[in-house]
Design a protein around this ligand. Structure first.
Ligand SMILES: NC(=O)c1ccc[n+]([C@@H]2O[C@H](COP(=O)([O-])OP(=O)(O)OC[C@H]3O[C@@H](n4cnc5c(N)ncnc54)[C@H](O)[C@@H]3O)[C@@H](O)[C@H]2O)c1
Length: 351
């Protein structure tokens, strides 16, 4: 059913109509009030052959004044997307999901072998893909690669800040270098890339920034302090950019998955190199595919924040509804740890 349609002088013009509650966008050549029938009879545009999302999921809603009030992406096809940390795990999956939606890819990572395999897979899907080695802990390298990309493409429509690393261990034994390394990759690199690309993204009619944050950016536990700090910061940055540029038509989303079994745990830096970092149990984890599907949905629908997985929902809602409960659980488990820390200090003094 046609719920609303907005336009002042539409005779003989192509207009975008907001149709129905869930919203589907149609362009129709109209003549006065025959607009209704013309728009209804317009066949739906074909869905991109690999796409898991129909185009009817996307629209630009119009307020009575004709201003854009809700920007959603009409199509990812032929858009240019930059994805960091694309050689493995969640980044790889998001890159390939974007390729299936028809986006051309510019992929960054330090893992060159992983990059070439994603590039080959994306090309098989039928899009153009370029892989570039870039160490995100090096600001000069980031600037060099971004200007190289802009020379090649001239612009970019979708930015996915995905690359991330973790450190596991007691915060009091972390060095300044370990803090710097983690904060550079997880927080300062996304800020730098966004800052350098914002002027170009704002010029594009349909641009989006997707920051791969984490439930660890909403709820904190022990022994991952640097990781939590970087992800809380990234969510704050995402919200600030959305508040500042959302009204100018830029889409900005924070994707917050719960635990996912990727190399993040294997490659996690740790205070004790001989001890492996504990992995979350499989049943608590969500799949990589669920995360990349949520990422594509964020881009199409311009989601503010998207939680992925049951644990992410449970923890986020517990914190929002009863913040004291999580704090109580953390403090109760800390009592036993206090004894261990005191023992460690005594042993150090004795030595
Ligand atoms: N795995 C999880 O449980 C989980 C949960 C929530 C959010 N996340 C977030 O998802 C993102 C991707 O993590 P993942 O789980 O796929 O991990 P992953 O280790 O599988 O992938 C991370 C990618 O980043 C790349 N990378 C690491 N350091 C880099 C650097 N200095 N420069 C460029 N690239 C670098 C790695 O080579 C790798 O390809 C991270 O931001 C992570 O914080 C992960």
């Amino acid at each position: 059913m046609l719920n609303t349609w907005q336009s002042l002088d539409v005779r003989g013009k192509a207009v975008i109509l907001y149709l129905g509650g869930r919203g589907s966008c149609r362009a129709a050549h109209v003549d006065g009030l025959t607009i209704t029938r013309a728009a209804r009879q317009e066949p739906r545009p074909p869905i991109y052959e690999h796409s898991t999302f129909s185009r009817s999921e996307s629209c630009t809603a119009m307020s009575p004044g004709g201003k854009r009030v809700l920007r959603t992406m009409k199509s990812i096809r032929h858009k240019q997307a930059l994805v960091t940390g694309a050689a493995a795990g969640i980044g790889r999956s998001i890159a390939l999901a974007l390729a299936r939606e028809g986006a051309d890819l510019y992929l960054l990572d330090i893992d060159e072998a992983g990059l070439s395999s994603v590039v080959a897979e994306a090309k098989q899907i039928g899009v153009s893909a370029i892989g570039e080695r870039c160490d995100l802990s090096q600001p000069a390298e980031i600037s060099r690669v971004l200007s190289q990309m802009l020379q090649q493409w001239g612009h970019v429509d979708i930015l996915v800040n995905n690359a991330g690393v973790a450190y596991y261990g007691p915060t009091h034994s972390m060095t300044a270098a370990q803090w710097d390394w983690l904060m550079k990759i997880n927080l300062l690199a996304p800020i730098q890339i966004t800052r350098e690309l914002l002027p170009i993204l704002l010029e594009r009619p349909d641009a989006h920034i997707l920051n791969v944050c984490s439930i660890s950016g909403l709820v904190a536990g022990g022994r991952f302090a640097a990781y939590h700090t970087s992800k809380f910061g990234l969510i704050g940055f995402t919200e600030a950019i959305r508040a500042e540029y959302g009204r100018r038509g830029l889409g900005v989303s924070a994707l917050c998955p719960g635990p996912v079994l990727t190399n993040l745990y294997k490659s996690c830096a740790s205070a004790k190199s001989d001890k492996s970092v504990p992995h979350p149990p499989r049943w608590l984890c969500c799949s990589i595919e669920a995360v990349s599907k949520a990422a594509i949905r964020c881009i199409y629908r311009n989601k503010r924040m998207k939680l992925v997985g049951p644990l992410a929902h449970l923890l986020a809602w517990s914190k929002w509804l009863a913040p004291g409960v999580l704090d109580l659980l953390n403090r109760a488990s800390r009592k036993r740890k206090k004894v261990a820390v005191a023992g460690e200090a005594e042993a150090r003094r004795a030595a």
